[in-house]
Design a protein around this ligand. Structure first.
Ligand code: GDP
Ligand code: MG
Length: 285
């Protein structure tokens, strides 16, 4: 009998979680659809080799989910997300300085009983004086294993798989292929993808004032139409989010749409608007 286990990949946006999944699977992974009108709501990817089967769940910002909005809620969300997995990969980007985002991710992981692997990513780009490894050294004791990889160059990824397999026991898969659940509703999930992109394109300008909300998801057979908004509490931020001639909002929308299309295997039409709402915080609590 083969081994079986579930693994969550955690980390701040842009650390390489999706890249790692694509490398693991040796392809751009068409993750099963997170959209409500299609048959499944779950996002997981099954890896299989001669030793065993691993269901990976990418966690697009489960961690950062509400925390940029309302710090107190995140602690309720994350342990639920992690409750069911055997192993947690904490992916960090060693080419970038460690920030409060990493600290929060680590704080959440700390609460889980799963086996924990600290994975330093992007070693191809940051080596020697350019890396930020020293900032993580003190944490290594808290993790069961530590490994350095390059997700994009497929360096040490197989070794990471072997580390995971060492933690797993023989057994049958607990989920159907692609059916492992993540604890988010579809609208929340889509909103999170958009928020993740907004964060990537805006983080220098407006770190704490953006929320996203999906108001409608409609499956029109040839296309899924999503109506969403980015909320901010201030006119000045609204201008920045839109950007010159709408450049920023287009960039955010384009990237969110591409990711949703990849995940769902469907064509997506994303209608994204920016709205000033002085009370948006209340609507999220
Ligand atoms: P996610 O937000 O954590 O899912 O991150 P992505 O997988 O989308 O990766 C974010 C960016 O980092 C992309 O531009 C990737 O090409 C890049 N990236 C991911 N892994 C590596 C790596 O091992 N080395 C380098 N140099 N870049 C990487
Ligand atoms: Mg991703």
């Amino acid at each position: 009998m083969k081994k079986y286990g579930t693994v969550a990949i955690m980390g701040r946006p842009n650390t390489g979680k999706s890249t790692l999944l694509n490398t693991l699977m040796n392809q751009k992974v068409a993750i099963t659809s997170p959209l409500p009108q299609t048959t499944r709501k779950n996002v997981s990817v099954r890896y299989e080799d001669e030793k065993g089967i691993i269901d990976f769940v990418d966690t697009p910002g489960i961690i950062n989910k509400v925390e940029d909005l309302i710090g107190r809620r995140v602690n309720l969300e994350a342990p639920k997300a992690l409750g069911s997995v055997d192993v947690i990969i904490c992916l960090v980007d060693i080419s970038r300085e460690k920030t409060d985002e990493e600290n929060k991710v680590i704080g959440i992981i700390r609460k889980s009983d799963a086996k924990k692997i600290l994975v330093y990513n992007k070693i191809d780009k940051a080596i020697g004086s350019k890396d930020h490894l020293a900032e993580y050294n003190y944490l290594e004791d808290e993790f069961d294993k530590v490994i350095s990889i390059s997700a994009i160059k497929n360096k040490n990824v197989k070794s990471l798989i072997n580390l995971i397999m060492d933690f797993l026991k023989e057994g049958k898969p607990k989920y159907g292929k692609g059916e492992m659940k993540i604890p988010m509703t579809s609208k929340e999930f889509i909103a999170e993808i958009i928020r993740e992109k907004a964060y990537l394109f805006l983080r220098k300008e407006i770190p704490y004032s953006v929320a996203t909300r999906v108001n409608d998801v409609e499956d029109k057979e040839d296309v899924i139409v999503i109506k969403a908004e980015i909320l901010t509490n201030n006119e000045r931020y609204k201008k920045m989010i839109i950007g010159k001639q709408g450049k920023k909002i287009k960039e955010i929308g384009y990237n969110a749409r591409k990711e949703l299309e990849l995940m769902s295997g469907r064509k997506i039409y994303l209608e994204l608007v920016v709205r000033v709402d002085k009370h948006w915080m209340e609507s999220f609590s």
